[in-house]
Design a protein around this ligand. Sequence first.
Ligand code: ADP
Ligand code: MG
Length: 384
Amino acid sequence: MQWVESWKGRRTAQALAEWDAPIQVCVRKRPISKKEAGKKGFDIITTTTAVHPHACAFLHEPKLSLDRSRSIVTHPFHFDKVFDEYAGNDLIFQTTLQPAIPKLKEGKNVSLFCYGATGSGKTHTVFGPEGGRGSATTAADIGLYHYACSQVFGVAAEMGADVFVSFLEIYSGKVVDLLNNRQHINLLEQNGNFIFQGLRESHASSVQHCLQIMAVGTATRTTQATDSNSTSSRSHAIFRLELRVPHTGTTSLLTLIDLAGSERGVDNPSASAAVRREGAAINKSLLALKECIRSLHVNSNYVPFRSNKLTCVLRDCFRAGTCIMVLNVAPTNLTVEQTMSCLHYANRIKEYSHAAGGGSGDAGGGGVPLPATAEDLLAQLSAL
Ligand code: ADP
Ligand code: MG
């Protein structure tokens, strides 16, 4: 069965039924950096490393009252999975993408996107140290895209599929091809599908070949980042592996997305007009993403994919299959406001998905009430 959408963006009930499970929402806390320790930042995030409904991240918000007394207010947030600062990329891969990859054999799609403020660990998660340019020295550092490549070629061999790799970036409202010198890509809509006009889709014959192709793209992205002081944090990077079976025409798609830093959308009156415009564009794209996910889960018969370049590009990710969101968070009080706002965004997405499906695939837990406070959670855990 195909993902059916008319050109006005309407979906059929059939397509809805193919949605395997609600989007899985996970949180990953990174370790305190030397820089944060140097600024006397302290850890304000604690986690329970269980799965839903006991997976919880607590943000301990430091408060200073008018009478100068200090207190801590603890905010609990529930997710499908929570990873603490000791979880490496290998564990993240094993518990998120790896179980979903066999779905590609059924012609389904698998996607994972990392959301979070700049410096929270999104690029480290998807591409490894220095966005794939640095050498990963341990299994905990190897980027998810590398692990995904290793698995996808096994699946492709079983299917008799060819693997095509593409790597693009959305920056300042433009879509550019990272495997082809940042050529601009036009998005065209044809028979309800989006076509990336001019996108280079390189045929990869092996894992090593795929990584070689990607080395060009990660170098293009990170060089630009150093040139203009972290442009990459203001862009969405999208890595796609498409599996095509020549005889049957079956296709399936694996997509990994390193989203732009979410704080770019925060109003900053001292920023230049250009920076604020750029921030507003990022904010708009992240809101559009949230709105599409909401529409997908509330059985709305209209999903506004066309409202933004990011959602146009990501539409295929929401075709039948599995979608995983990883919220990356920095651990300290130095970024408390950004972290709080990201936790609320991710929590909203989890609420949409659980309202639709109640429990997320392997996470299970349907029917168990979510604990409202830290004390309730501890009581539930001790009763297990
Ligand atoms: P973002 O892409 O969200 O802006 P980065 O992935 O660039 O953030 O991470 C910021 C810094 O923190 C980088 O130096 C990165 O190597 C480091 N870092 C991020 N996550 C981890 C982690 N889980 N373990 C060790 N270092 C990490
Ligand atoms: Mg980054």
